[in-house]
Design a protein around this ligand. Sequence first.
Ligand code: PAF
Length: 281
Amino acid sequence: MHIHSRIADLRGALAGRGRIVFVPTMGNLHAGHVSLVKQAKRHGSPVVASIFVNPLQFGAGEDFERYPRTLSADSEKLAAAGCDIVFAPDVAEMYPLPQTFTVQVADNLANDLCGAFRPGHFSGVATVVLKLFNLVQPRVAVFGKKDFQQLRVIQDLVNQFNLPIDIVGVDTLREADGLAMSSRNGYLSEAERMQAPQLQRELAAIAAAVRAGERDFAALATTARRHLAMAGWRVDYIELRDAATLQAPTVDSRHMVVLGAARLGKTRLIDNIEIALGNPL
Ligand code: PAF
């Protein structure tokens, strides 16, 4: 496996290479990322992973500075997973000048759900992903479904700008107690870690009720919010949406997703569960 920190070297290494499959990451990798690489290998070769903590997608007061940078451990995990090339630039390489041209994400997506609590976040994500796509020029790119709204943004980015890239979404990997794997789980204290699977349990309870025919979505969300608040969480949102549009589900919605974001102490966790009516996912 080769690691490049310079754009020119990456381009040199990728020139004329076959069907490039790309896994963008911010590093601090866990088994969920490894599953993305394994999935990527099914779609072509070479597999390229990027490791870049993108300042554009962090707001003031968020965790950009403390986000763990663990390049050597990450490289070992990527090599073991069968990754061929790693692109790990620094900020000056990606943004030699202030990034004055950015991707403007549609308001209804940019300012909804996580976007309502993280202004500018999805524009920052779409901008860096577009830059990375231009550098790596993949035929396929693989993203985790834990960031369900991010996946929607990337799918729209590719469609709106006619990028010749297939986007593959990969199911969330969970710890034995149900907690979605996330680099940010490492911020949790021991007590918070014990409590953290509650977010997934509340979402699972809503999903089960919807599968059983319950349609008072607002009441389900209110109950989940109350349970979480009583246990000390600060809830950003609990929402049920149509999985394709991320808008409120209609009576015709057969594929939905219940999404949640909530804070335990200083750590903000997100999770979601898809609901396919009449066709269990
Ligand atoms: O999901 C992530 O790790 C990041 O948002 C991404 C897609 C690598 C862009 O920085």
